[in-house]
Structure formats: structure tokens, C-alpha cells
Design a binder for this molecule. Structure first.
Ligand code: LRH
Ligand code: MN
Length: 396
């Protein structure tokens, strides 16, 4: 590792921040049930406390993504409590995620529901989330829709598209000047015939139709295995329509596994496209890096620390690509040289330099080890296990 490389790693680490999902600390599962962890967080205070632990140990997770149904049990009346917790735990409220899939009324969709009363209700909930965002100085309203159908002929796809354009436009009108609407796409699940916002093109179109403060959110798990995600990222960057990421990993579908656990080179290639774009433009892209995972088996806080430190490693490796040499090799179609520049950067063990950066920042060189030494897990297990042992785990 030469001085330039460690300098580039230090610069990258100074800039890289990633947002934690409140739901990543809670007991989650699959349709085959969920395995209760005694230390899991249930209350919003416990989620802020666990997020604060991860931020304390890594220094790069200053915000917590919030899911309205799960984190604001009293809706807007919960704002005061969330504000107080954010102050007490020094973790600011991050992206606000409306929940347009849990309530029974959303069986046949939300913005795409044939019943005007349900579409109205979905828009009302979205407006409430935008208001919550304003009160918490949260910039991003991050919208994912489970909307779709399970059988051919049961939904008028074009009609629903029109309702999405209408309601996203209406939601956009409510935004404060500095707020953003992030439109997340997903090819399937829970709908298994058509999903109204199934791919980046549909999300791109709807974000454009909504207004200038709307852009696309890329959840890495929301792609068919054969899709080239970094090409989608390059296109969205080129169109200035990339608002943010939900990082996770998968072997098959939307498995929500820990980032980099299956295909770390995939995340490296995504970061490479972004850092190359920023190098060429000479300024940073306005992207919200967020984690969206459900830790069904791993210890939730350990899984989060593992994810954050892996994200730092992959971001630093991508920061080591020699962009000028790459431009020359690409211009001369020197294929092996060009690819080699990425592979060489990916092969660098950046961990020693990252440890140095942490030491320089007064952070533990090994956050995972520091967490295991902290006694935090033992303390919260004592506090929470009684309550967690009563929570149900069966699907049906
Ligand atoms: C949908 C999704 C969406 C969230 C949810 C927890 O699969 O990625 O971003 O709201 O997971
Ligand atoms: Mn997501």
C-alpha cells in the first residue's frame, strides 16, 4: 500500500456515510416464520439505541431510516418522541418510508387500487409521511409499492400506471423545497404476475412524471439475477435520476442478506460506476447510501456492523481504481488492461489503512471486536429477552 493509495482511502472514508434501517434491528422473518432473538429491538427507542451503538463503533452511520407504521405507532403524534430519541442517541432521523402494503385495505394495491377511496387513503398516508419528514428535517421520502396482481387479466396495467402518475404528482406537490421523493422498483413479491413499478424504467418514468424532486432508488436485491445493475446505475447517473440505494445481497431473489456476503464484486462495480462518474464530473453525486436487510438468523447488531465495515472496504477498493489510466485503456479498447485496473483495485487489502483511519478518528480499529467487548449485547439481552420470548413467530 503506497502513500497515494492510503491517502485515497482516507479521502474516501471521510466522505462515505451509510444509513441504517430501523427494521434491521427488529425480529423479522420469512413467510415460514421468524426466529425470535432475545436481544432484538422492538420499540423505536431500542432501534435508536442499537443504531447509536453501530454509529459509535463505526463513526459512519449518522442517520436511521424509519418505517412509519413500525416506528410511529401514533402517527404524527409520535414525532415528539422520535425527535427526543434522535437528540438523546445522537442519531438523526433519516429517510421516511411510508407503509402502503401492511393494512388490509391495500389487498388490491394502494396508489394502483381500483377503489378511489383506497387510493385516496394511500395518498393521505403519504402526505402524513411527508409532513413527518418536514417536522423531523428528514430529506427523503422513500416510496416502495407492493402493488401488482397475481393472475393475468385481473388488473388494467395502463389504468394503474395513470393512477400512479396522478398520485405521485400529488405527493410531489406536498414536498418542501429541499425534500426528495425516492421511487423504489421491484420486479416481483409479494405480487407474482405483475408489479406496477417492476423495473428502473418504470420508476424513472414515474419519478419524471412526479416532478423535479423525484428520483429513483435502486435496491440491489430487486433485480433478476442476469441484470447488469451497474449499467442501470450508470444510466441513472447520466440522467441525474439516481437518488439512492438500498444495499443488501442475494443468491436467488430479494433475499435481503448482508451486503457483500454473496457477490462483493457486484457492489464494487456499482461503487466504481459512481466514483468514475464523480471523477469525470469533478463533484460528488447526491446519492443516499442506505442498508435494507432483514437479519433473520445473524445477530442483528453484528450483522449491521459486518455490513457497514464491508461497505467501507468495497467503497475504498473502488476509490483505488486509476480513473485516468482507465480512460486511456478504454479509449484504446485495451480490454485486459482496462479490466485489470478494476481487478487490481479490488484485490488491494484496504483493511490496514481503514484501521489507521479509524485510529486517527478515535474510533475502535475493529468495530466488531469492540462491540463484542462492550457488554452491550449482554445488557440488552437481559433487558429485552422476557418481552421477546412472548412474541409470536408462526406465519399462519
Ligand atoms: C421491499 C423493501 C422496501 C421496504 C421493505 C422493508 O422489498 O425493499 O424497501 O420498505 O423492503
Ligand atoms: Mn428496499
Amino acid at each position: 500500500m503506497n502513500a497515494t493509495e492510503s491517502e485515497r482511502i482516507f479521502q474516501a472514508l471521510e466522505l462515505f456515510r451509510i444509513e441504517l434501517p430501523s427494521w434491521g434491528f427488529a425480529n423479522t422473518g420469512t413467510r415460514f416464520g421468524k426466529y425470535i432473538q432475545p436481544a432484538a429491538a422492538t420499540t423505536i427507542e431500542e432501534k435508536f439505541s442499537d443504531a447509536a451503538q453501530v454509529h459509535l463503533l463505526t463513526g459512519v452511520c449518522p442517520s436511521l431510516a424509519l418505517h412509519v407504521e413500525w416506528d410511529f405507532p401514533q402517527g404524527t403524534k409520535s414525532i415528539g418522541n422520535v425527535k427526543e430519541l434522535a437528540r438523546r442517541y445522537n442519531v438523526r432521523p433519516g429517510s421516511i418510508n411510508p407503509n402502503l402494503f401492511q393494512d388490509q385495505c391495500y389487498k388490491h394495491g394502494s396508489f394502483g387500487n381500483p377503489a378511489p377511496s383506497v387510493r385516496q387513503r394511500a395518498l393521505q398516508h403519504t402526505r402524513e409521511c411527508i409532513a413527518i419528514g418536514k417536522r423531523l428535517n428528514s430529506r427523503d421520502i422513500s416510496m416502495w409499492f407492493a402493488d401488482g396482481s397475481n393472475y393475468p387479466g385481473t388488473a388494467n396495467i395502463r389504468q394503474r400506471k395513470g393512477w400512479f402518475e396522478e398520485n405521485l404528482r400529488a405527493a410531489h406537490e406536498d414536498l418542501a423545497a429541499d425534500q426528495r421523493l425516492l421511487v423504489e422498483y421491484k420486479p416481483f413479491e409479494p405480487a407474482f404476475y405483475h408489479t406496477d413499478i417492476a423495473d428502473w424504467g418504470m420508476a424513472f418514468h414515474l419519478a419524471k412524471a412526479a416532478g423535479p424532486q423525484a428520483s429513483v432508488l435502486v435496491d440491489t436485491g430487486h433485480h433478476y439475477l442476469s441484470q447488469n445493475i451497474e449499467q442501470i446505475v450508470a444510466w441513472l447517473l447520466s440522467e441525474n435520476m439516481l437518488g439512492g440505494f438500498h444495499f443488501n445481497d442475494r443468491r436467488y431473489a430479494d433475499d435481503d442478506l448482508t451486503m457483500g456476503s454473496i457477490d462483493p464484486y457486484q457492489v464494487f462495480r456499482i461503487f466504481h460506476e459512481i466514483l468514475l462518474f464523480e471523477h469525470e464530473r469533478g463533484k460528488r453525486a447526491d446519492i443516499a447510501y442506505m442498508i435494507d436487510q432483514s437479519h433473520n438468523l445473524k445477530g442483528k447488531i453484528e450483522a449491521m456492523i459486518q455490513t457497514v465495515t464491508m461497505a467501507q472496504q468495497l467503497y475504498c477498493k473502488a476509490a483505488l481504481v486509476d480513473h485516468d489510466a482507465l480512460a486511456i485503456a478504454q479509449s484504446k479498447s485495451e480490454l485486459v488492461k482496462a479490466e485489470g485496473l478494476l481487478q487490481d483495485a479490488f484485490a488491494v487489502d484496504v483493511r490496514p489503512a481503514i484501521k489507521e483511519w479509524r485510529a486517527a478518528k478515535g474510533l475502535p480499529a475493529d468495530p466488531m471486536d469492540a462491540f463484542r467487548q462492550s457488554g452491550y449485547l449482554e445488557r440488552i439481552t437481559k433487558e429485552r429477552s422476557a418481552r421477546n420470548s412472548t412474541s409470536v413467530s408462526s406465519y399462519a
